[in-house]
Design a protein around this ligand. Structure first.
Ligand code: ZN
Length: 124
């Protein structure tokens, strides 16, 4: 079986890779890029936009330390926290704003850290 390419080509207003095949448009791609740039700027210096295609154009932004990423999610935002440069994250949380999502995901991780601390206290 031949593996289909994820290399999107601009063809008559379409901008869609053979591996996707949804028929994504150049306008959808450009909109995702623009929204990613706005979100990265809103979060501050060093936040990096990322745009990818998978049955549509999607985007997220990654923190300067590469442990946090934020993406749009059903009218709100989803933040992920994990090892630097990892895909997705070990913890995730929603927020009405990107900043709320970031606060929420850090709170989830801190709560788990404290829970683990309480469970293992005095064992070693
Ligand atoms: Zn596509």
């Amino acid at each position: 079986m031949t593996e289909l390419s994820w290399d999107a080509k601009d063809k008559g207003g379409r901008y869609c890779a053979p591996a996707c095949g949804r028929g994504c448009t150049a306008r959808e791609h450009d909109l995702a890029e623009a929204k990613a740039e706005v979100l990265a700027r809103a979060l501050g210096p060093g936040w990096e936009p990322e745009v990818w295609e998978n049955l549509g154009w999607h985007y997220s932004v990654q923190s300067p330390c590469k442990r946090l990423s934020v993406s749009p999610s059903l009218g709100s935002f989803m933040a992920f926290l994990g090892e630097p440069g990892g895909i997705g994250g070990r913890w995730s949380a929603h927020g009405e704003t990107p900043q709320e999502a970031i606060k929420a995901v850090i709170a989830v991780a801190v709560a788990e850290y404290e829970e683990i601390g309480a469970i293992i206290e005095g064992l070693a």
